[in-house]
Design a protein around this ligand. Structure first.
Ligand code: NAD
Length: 479
C-alpha cells in the first residue's frame, strides 16, 4: 500500500475509539460516563531480564486493564514482536465490550510480550513466561479474583500451564489458584473444548446468521452455509478450527488460505487438515501441492468468495484495499482486522460485517466456563451424566416393552438408542453453552440492528448493546 494512504489511517487504539464514538453518539449517557467507559483504567509496563545462552536478555511486556466495572478482568496474553502499548489497550477495550455483549461477568484486560516465540527453544520460552508471570502476579495482574489471562496470538495451552504453575508456586495456600488463568491443558485444570472454542464460536456465529434469511439477504446471499465459498486468513488456532468446522460440518468450501508466506487458492475447495499439516511441517503454505500459490497472500483477500474470515491479526483490511474487497460477508475472527476507515468504505458498499467483539467471543465464553469449573472444583456433567443416562434408559426400555407387548412390532431407528442414551459429558455441555451464548448475543445485536432505523450495521449494534450494559453496571455502583 502507498505510504501516504497508510499514514492517513488511525492506529488500532484510535480505530476502536472511533467505532465506540460512532455508537455512543446514538446513546444518551449521563454526562462524563461516556469518557469513563472509553478510557483505559491502567496499563502496566514491565521490563525484565532473563539469562539465556550465557547473556542477559531484556524483555518488555504489558498488562492493560480497560474496565473494572466487573472483576476479575479478563483477556489474553499475546506474544509477538508487534506488541505495543496502543495495541494492548485497544485489545483490552475490545475485551470489555466483548464480555458485556456475551454476558460473561468480567471487565476487560489484555497483555502482551514483545517477542517472536519462534526464536526461542521451549525451555527458554518457559523461563521467559515464568518470569513475566511472576512480574504480573506480584502486582495482582494475575489473580483468580482480579485478573485472569488466557491465550492469544503466539501463546497456547503450554504457556497457560506455566503461568498457572508459577502463580501456584507464589500462592501455595490459595485453593482457587487454578482459576488464575484459562486456556490450560485438561491435565492442568483446563476444560474440554477450550482450544477449539474461538473457531467453534465463529462457526456458531455464522450458523446463527444464516438462520435469519433477512440478514442473509442484506449480504446479497441466499440459502445456508452449505456450498458457500470461504477464504480464511491465518490458519492458526482460530482460523484452523473455524475452517475445519465450516468445511467438515456445514458443507462450506474453503477456497483460499492466506498465511504469512503467501496464499493458496482452489475453486474446488482445499483440504483444511492437509493444509494445516503442511504449515506445521514446513512453516508456511509455500510448496503445498494443491491449488494455486500466490506470493503476496494479501491479494487473496480481494478474491471472489461468499465469506471472508480474517483470522490472523489487526489492520489487514485498510484504506488501501477495502474498496477492492469482493466478499459480501466478512466475519472478523481476529481482533480489529478492519480499520475504522476501511469499515466505512465497506459499509458504503453494502458489505455485511459480523464484528470481532461478537465473532471471536467463543474463546472468552469457554474461558468463563473453565474459570467456573476451577472455582467449583468439579468437572461439568460429573454429577448428572449417569443419572441422565439411567432416565433415558427407562424410556427406551418402556418403548421396547410397549412395542413387544402390544404386538405392533415397532423398532427404534438405528443409531437412535446410542445417541439418546448418551448423557452429556463436559464437551457436549461446553458446546451447548457456547452455542446458546452465540445465539443469544446475535439476537441481542440483531434486535438493535433491525429495530433502530439509525443503526445500519452489526458493529454499531454490538457496541450499543455492550456499552449499554457496561453503563448500567457503572450506574448500579452509583458512579
Ligand atoms: P495464532 O498465533 O494461533 O494464529 C495466527 C495465525 O495467523 C498463524 O497461523 C500465523 O502464521 C498467521 N499470520 C500471522 N500474521 C499473518 C499475516 N500477516 N498474514 C497471514 N497470516 C498471518 O493466533 P490465534 O490465537 O489464532 O489468534 C488470531 C486472532 O484471533 C488474533 O487477532 C487474536 O487476538 C484473535 N483471538 C484469538 C482468540 C483465541 O482464543 N486464541 C480469542 C479471541 C480472539
Amino acid at each position: 500500500m502507498n505510504v501516504e494512504t497508510r499514514t492517513k489511517e488511525p492506529g488500532f487504539r484510535e480505530s476502536v475509539d472511533l467505532m465506540f464514538n460512532r455508537a455512543v453518539s446514538l446513546m444518551s449517557l449521563p454526562e462524563g460516563l461516556e469518557e469513563k467507559i472509553r478510557v483505559c483504567n491502567a496499563t502496566y509496563t514491565v521490563r525484565f531480564g532473563v539469562r539465556l545462552r550465557g547473556a542477559i536478555h531484556t524483555f518488555t511486556g504489558y498488562r492493560s486493564v480497560h474496565s473494572e466495572h466487573m472483576e476479575p478482568v479478563k483477556g489474553g496474553i499475546r506474544y509477538a514482536l508487534s506488541v505495543n502499548q496502543n495495541e494492548v489497550e485497544a485489545l483490552a477495550a475490545l475485551m470489555t465490550y466483548k464480555c458485556a455483549l456475551v454476558e460473561t461477568p468480567f471487565g476487560g484486560s489484555k497483555g502482551g510480550l514483545c517477542i517472536d516465540p519462534r526464536e526461542y527453544t521451549e525451555h527458554e520460552l518457559e523461563m521467559i513466561t515464568r518470569r513475566f508471570a511472576y512480574e504480573l502476579a506480584k502486582r495482582d495482574l494475575i489473580d483468580p479474583s482480579q485478573n485472569v489471562p488466557a491465550p492469544d496470538m503466539g501463546t497456547g495451552e503450554r504457556e497457560m500451564a506455566w503461568i498457572a504453575d508459577q502463580y501456584r508456586r507464589m500462592n501455595t495456600t490459595d485453593i482457587n489458584a487454578n482459576a488464575c488463568v484459562t486456556g490450560k491443558p485438561i491435565h492442568a485444570g483446563g476444560i474440554q473444548g477450550r482450544v477449539e472454542a474461538t473457531g467453534r464460536g465463529v462457526e456458531y456465529a455464522l450458523q446463527e446468521f444464516f438462520r435469519h434469511p433477512d440478514d442473509v439477504k442484506m449480504a446479497g446471499l441466499s440459502g445456508g452455509l452449505d456450498g458457500k465459498r470461504v477464504i480464511v486468513q491465518g490458519l492458526g488456532n482460530v482460523g484452523y478450527h473455524a475452517a475445519k468446522f465450516l468445511s467438515e460440518e456445514d458443507g462450506a468450501k474453503i477456497t483460499g488460505v492466506v498465511e504469512r508466506d503467501g496464499g493458496i487458492y482452489s475453486e474446488q475447495g482445499l483440504n483444511v487438515e492437509a493444509v494445516r499439516a503442511w504449515i506445521v511441517k514446513h512453516g508456511g503454505v509455500k510448496g503445498y501441492p494443491e491449488g494455486t500459490f500466490v506470493e503476496d497472500g494479501a491479494v487473496l483477500l480481494e478474491e471472489e468468495c461468499d465469506i471472508l474470515v480474517p483470522a490472523a491479526m489487526e489492520g489487514v483490511i485498510h484504506l488501501g484495499n477495502a474498496a477492492r474487497i469482493k466478499a459480501p460477508l466478512i466475519i472478523e475472527a481476529a481482533n480489529g482486522p478492519i480499520t475504522a476507515g476501511a469499515d466505512e468504505i465497506l459499509r458504503e458498499k453494502g458489505t455485511v460485517i459480523i464484528p470481532d467483539l461478537y465473532a471471536n467471543a467463543g474463546g472468552v465464553t469457554v474461558s468463563y466456563f473453565e474459570w467456573v469449573k476451577n472455582l467449583s472444583h468439579i468437572r461439568f456433567g460429573r454429577m448428572q451424566r449417569r443419572q441422565e443416562e439411567a432416565r433415558h434408559q427407562l424410556v427406551v426400555d418402556e418403548l421396547e416393552r410397549l412395542s413387544r407387548d402390544s404386538g405392533i412390532g415397532w423398532t427404534i431407528s438405528p443409531g437412535f438408542k446410542d445417541r439418546y442414551l448418551k448423557g452429556a459429558g463436559e464437551l457436549e455441555l461446553v458446546r451447548s453453552g457456547l452455542d446458546d451464548t452465540m445465539r443469544a448475543a446475535y439476537q441481542s445485536m440483531r434486535e438493535v440492528w433491525h429495530d433502530r432505523e439509525e443503526v445500519r450495521d452489526l458493529r454499531v449494534a454490538a457496541y450499543l448493546v455492550a456499552i449499554g450494559r457496561v453503563a448500567k453496571s457503572y450506574q448500579a455502583k452509583g458512579l
